[in-house]
Design a protein around this ligand. Structure first.
Ligand code: MN
Ligand code: MN
Length: 298
């Protein structure tokens, strides 16, 4: 398994993965309506990705309100979306390791109270993408993202960043901050990056909340425990949902393996502000960004 930016002949696969992820994202946005169950929406998104011959690169994230990221419904979740909820639909798909990661935000029920917050995140994304070029400073992206969000009167979340993506590796070595002064890296032609501004009316930082029902193997647990070995064969070191391993013997194996597993907490806005997110997966092309994931509405 090589952790490298895509080669020219791999690019069609990266574009195809991004198309599937984008369709899954837009499906999720449409399904998040008052009375819809969170678990049903997550399963519909993931089922759609599988129906296209891809696999989820991570569980469908449906973080709400002051939750910025890393929530997916658990196996027994029965919570329904309510009018006024601000929901981040953050979706990943991969085709043989070619990964796309894309997100948008929807206000449930169309009350449009947080329309400007959603706009701030999308404008931040657009401004960041405009800075992408080979040799360009990553810092220029953060600068433009932050300026666009502040121009709407909101704050960028400083401790959540975009990231480079490599084959089978969702978070490769490079962070793409949403504020200036946090990166001295430059962009390389052929690199794939996710740009993902988070805008908030809170303080602009996150803290760890409760467990978000997402786990990841830090390493191969070995063959000693066959149930665990089977789970590792399925998920490798990509994030997975407890929903995907909810048979009693699987749940028990995961409890036994606690130390081998990374358990993701929900990232909650520290001032309990509302949070909007917008994200695209972008190829650093010869003359600028090629946005691989399809446009966000509006
Ligand atoms: Mn994402
Ligand atoms: Mn991302």
């Amino acid at each position: 398994m090589s952790h490298l930016p895509p080669s020219a002949e791999d690019l069609p696969r990266w574009r195809a993965a991004a198309r599937i992820a984008s369709e899954a994202r837009d499906l999720g946005i449409r399904l998040v309506v008052p009375g819809a169950r969170r678990r049903d929406v997550a399963e519909a998104i993931e089922g759609f990705i599988r129906s296209k011959g891809a696999a989820p690169a991570f569980p469908a994230n449906l973080s709400r309100n002051d939750e910025a990221a890393h929530f997916t419904p658990g196996p027994d979740d029965a919570v329904e979306f309510e009018a006024g909820d601000l929901v981040k639909v953050d979706v990943g798909a991969h085709l043989e390791g070619a990964i796309a990661d894309t997100a948008d935000t929807v206000e449930v029920g169309g009350s449009r109270r947080y329309e400007n917050l959603i706009r701030a995140a999308r404008e931040g994304l657009r401004a960041g993408i405009a800075e992408v070029r080979p040799g360009g400073a990553v810092d220029a992206i953060g600068q433009s993202v932050a300026a666009a969000i502040r121009a709407r009167g909101f704050k960028p979340i400083v401790d959540l960043t975009g990231h480079s993506i490599e084959a089978y590796l969702l978070h490769a070595g490079k962070s793409i901050p949403n504020v200036p002064g946090h990166s001295s890296a430059t962009l390389v032609e052929g690199e794939v990056i996710a740009i993902e501004p988070f805008a908030t009316n809170g303080v602009g930082a996150i803290e760890n909340g409760p467990f978000g029902n997402i786990l990841r193997f830090r390493s191969d647990p070995g063959p000693a425990d066959p149930v665990l070995a089977g789970l590792y064969a399925r998920f490798r070191t990509l994030p997975f949902a407890t929903r995907w391993a909810s048979r009693p013997e699987e749940a028990a194996a995961l409890r036994r393996a606690r130390r081998t597993l990374q358990a993701y907490p929900v990232f909650v806005e520290r001032g309990r502000g509302r949070v909007a997110q917008a994200e695209h997966t972008v190829l650093v092309g010869p003359s600028g960004a090629e946005v691989l994931s399809a446009p966000l509405d509006g």
